[in-house]
Structures are given as structure tokens and as C-alpha cells.
Design a protein around this ligand. Structure first.
Ligand SMILES: Nc1ncnc2c1ncn2[C@@H]1O[C@H](COP(=O)(O)OP(=O)(O)OP(=O)(O)O)[C@@H](O)[C@H]1O
Ligand SMILES: [Mg+2]
Length: 379
């Protein structure tokens, strides 16, 4: 079935036939990996599939989007690392009894690194950078002492620059390059920032990790899965079903939403046949369901000079009259907002197919009547 709203795994996980074996091979060989893809493209699902569903590795997962500062991030990391060494609820135990915790730590045989954690904590964390870097060392120490070969997933890694600054990258790199018992997996949805961190020569993370890009789901794979679902339901379909999947470009989230809407429509209305009109109706419905999110994206561009004009011009294939330097800067900025992608020299595309559709509406009045022109979806 088609599940939406949260990352998927197991039976809900479709395709990624090319990505899974490579990703697992990297992990087995302790090769650090960076995975970049636009928002909602299935990064977390891929991680969940490998780590939670297939359960082949010991892993620590932290989401940097949810961290407010380096200390809170370090706390999360330490909590998980120490639980691998048999110390559950580290922070809670610390609050209850420092001497009790000290005894436990000394009993688990991880050299004196546990004492160092306590020193950091005892008088309230003084230097959050040092504390954070220390938390990384704890993972390494525990992984190596307990022979766990821990895989360490840092989701939304580009947010490290939101909670800290460029220098933290240098500091991190100099600490983790010595780690031999930990494999790092960096995920990120702002492709240009991730590329800067991992592919620009001046960056401390240059060539540190193998880079994998997640693009849309394989259409053939998705179509096979979809056909099976509707065949089971005894719902017939014509070629528009495949055309619609092609139109959605394998966008994992939107494809799942559209197919799910179609599936429930099939049940509720006892549908016999999926045709072009049905597909168009469901597409329109799902675009409108995502409208608040999409309009928020648009309104963010309107707050910055010329951003909306440039975005609009990309969606509609015309060029705006701006000098090349401003245009360059706006492109970079739209990339950093995660909205566009550079496909070849000077050529950009909109990452989000529904955002593109919304930007292509000629008559905003129609939107009020909940009608949408979907120009590129033809039978
Ligand atoms: N392999 C897949 N099979 C089926 N559906 C998928 C798959 N990958 C992603 N999806 C769909 O896309 C949605 C978004 O996936 P996920 O949360 O993994 O993406 P993400 O890239 O981590 O997103 P975000 O940038 O918001 O963190 C899921 O809720 C699911 O509906
Ligand atoms: Mg995610």
C-alpha cells in the first residue's frame, strides 16, 4: 500500500534497487557516505529501510534539523552511545547521582573517556564545541572497545552550519578522521550546501565521503508496484496511470500521496476504471492539499529581491532582465533554499513538480475556485 506522512520501510518501501546494494556495500566496507536529495525524496526512508527494517548494523541516528545547539546535539549523541555500552538514560542518571553514574562508567571499561564526559557535565557545559567534539570521540571509543562497528547517521547535516559556524567543520574533520570504528553517513536536503561541504576543494570534508544522489523513484518499478495494488482491487486502468507517474517524475512523496488518494477513491467510490479524467481529478486534489506548503515556499521567495521573478521565469521558460551578477546570486540563493537545481551550465530546473505547476498558473482567480491547469500532463 501507499503510505504517506512519515518515512517508509518494509512492504511500503518501493524501489531503490540500485541504491540499496551500493549503500550497503559502502557500509560493510566502513566507507563514509554522503547522500543528498531534495526535500521529501526519501532519504530517511532509505536509512530506515537499511537500519530498522533489515537490521544489519549497529547505528546511531541523529537529526540535526531538530537540534537547537551543539550541546543538545551532543547530549543526544552521548545518550545513544552510552546505551550501546550498557548505560541506559545517561542524562537522567547523571541528574540522579553523579557518583552512582561514575561507578557504572568505571565498570564498563571504556578507558577514562566516561570521566571526561562527567567533567564536561559537572559544572554545566562550558565549551559547547569541545563538548560536541568529545561526544563524537565517545562514539568512537565505545564502538571500538565493544567491537560494535557503529554506523553514525547525521540527518540534515547542512544544519550544522545553522547551529554553529564554518569552523566547526574543520574541527569535526580533524577529530573524526582518526576514527576507525565508526562509519559516518551524512544526509542533506540542501544540495548546494552539501556539495559545498563535500565537494569543494577548500572544504575540510573534501573527498571525505562517497557521494550518492537520490533522484526520483524508478518509474517502471513504481508502475509495477502500482499495477499490483490495483489489480488486487480489481480496478482497471488505461495508459493515463503510467502517464501520471511519468508526470510526477518519480517524486516519492507526491507519487505516494497521489496513488494513495487514488486508492481510497477506488474503495470509497467503488471505481471500476482509472482513466485520464480520474487521474486529473486526483492530481488536482493532491496539489491543492499541498497548497499551504507550496505557498509558503513561494512567499519566502517574495521576501527576497527578484527571487520570485527568477523562480517564475524558470518554471515558465522565459528569461528575466537582470544583470548577470545579480542573476547569478539569485540562482545561488534559490539553490540554497532548496528550490532549484542546476542541471547544466546556466540551466536550472524547479525541484518540486507541484511548485512548478503552481507557478505555471496563468489565472490566479482559478485557484480560488480550486481549479488548476496542469499543462504537462496529457493523455
Ligand atoms: N522508497 C520509497 N517507497 C515508497 N515511498 C517512499 C519511498 N521513499 C519515500 N517515500 C515517500 O516519500 C515520503 C517522504 O520520504 P522521506 O521522509 O523518507 O524523505 P526525506 O528525503 O527524508 O524528506 P525530508 O527532507 O522531509 O526529511 C514518505 O512519507 C513516503 O510517502
Ligand atoms: Mg528526512
Amino acid at each position: 500500500m501507499f503510505k504517506t506522512g512519515s518515512p517508509v520501510k518494509g512492504n511500503d518501501f518501493i524501489d531503490r534497487k540500485k541504491h540499496l546494494p551500493i549503500f550497503k556495500a559502502y557500509l560493510e566496507n566502513n566507507q563514509h557516505v554522503m547522500i543528498k536529495a531534495p526535500r521529501r525524496f526519501g532519504k530517511t526512508s532509505l536509512i530506515k529501510q537499511v537500519f530498522e527494517h533489515e537490521k544489519s548494523f549497529n547505528y546511531i541516528y541523529v537529526d540535526l534539523r531538530r537540534a537547537t545547539n551543539l550541546t543538545s546535539l551532543a547530549n543526544q549523541i552521548l545518550e545513544k552511545a552510552y546505551s550501546f555500552a550498557g548505560v541506559e538514560n545517561f542524562m537522567e542518571q547523571f541528574k540522579k547521582s553523579i557518583t552512582g553514574l561514575l561507578k557504572t562508567i568505571q565498570s564498563i571499561k571504556i578507558d577514562d573517556i566516561g570521566e571526561i564526559t562527567l567533567q564536561h557535565l559537572e559544572n554545566g557545559v562550558k565549551d559547547e564545541r569541545e563538548y560536541f567534539l568529545h561526544s563524537l570521540d565517545v562514539v568512537e571509543k565505545i564502538s571500538s572497545k565493544k567491537e560494535l562497528n557503529i554506523k553514525f547517521v547525521l540527518d540534515e547535516f547542512q544544519d550544522i552550519l545553522r547551529i554553529s559556524d564554518d569552523f566547526i567543520l574543520e574541527q569535526m574533520r580533524s577529530v573524526i578522521q582518526h576514527h576507525e570504528a565508526v562509519t559516518y553517513v551524512f544526509l542533506g536536503s540542501i544540495e548546494s550546501i552539501m556539495t559545498n561541504i563535500f565537494s569543494s576543494k577548500a572544504s575540510p570534508f573534501f573527498h571525505f565521503a562517497r557521494i550518492m544522489s537520490l533522484d526520483g523513484l524508478d518509474i517502471d518499478e513504481l508502475y509495477l508496484y502500482t499495477k499490483e495494488v490495483f489489480d488486487k482491487q480489481n480496478i482497471k486502468y488505461d495508459n493515463s496511470l503510467l502517464k501520471m507517474l511519468q508526470f510526477l517524475q518519480g517524486h516519492p512523496d507526491y507519487s505516494a500521496q497521489v496513488l494513495q488518494a487514488l486508492y481510497y477513491k477506488g474503495i470509497v467510490e467503488d471505481l471500476k476504471m482509472i482513466n485520464y479524467e480520474i487521474c486529473l481529478e486526483v492530481l488536482t486534489q493532491v496539489i491543492l492539499e499541498n497548497r499551504a506548503y507550496l505557498e509558503e515556499l513561494i512567499s519566502k521567495t517574495k521576501q527576497k529581491k527578484h527571487h520570485y521573478e527568477v523562480l517564475h521565469s524558470i518554471a515558465n521558460g522565459y528569461s528575466v532582465e537582470l544583470n548577470s551578477k545579480s542573476l547569478y546570486n539569485i540562482h545561488i540563493s534559490l539553490e540554497e533554499m532548496g528550490l532549484i537545481k542546476n542541471i547544466e551550465r546556466g540551466k536550472y530546473v524547479i525541484n518540486d513538480i507541484f511548485l512548478e505547476v503552481l507557478l505555471q498558473q496563468k489565472d490566479e482567480g482559478l485557484l480560488l475556485e480550486e481549479q488548476i491547469y496542469i499543462t504537462n500532463f496529457k493523455y
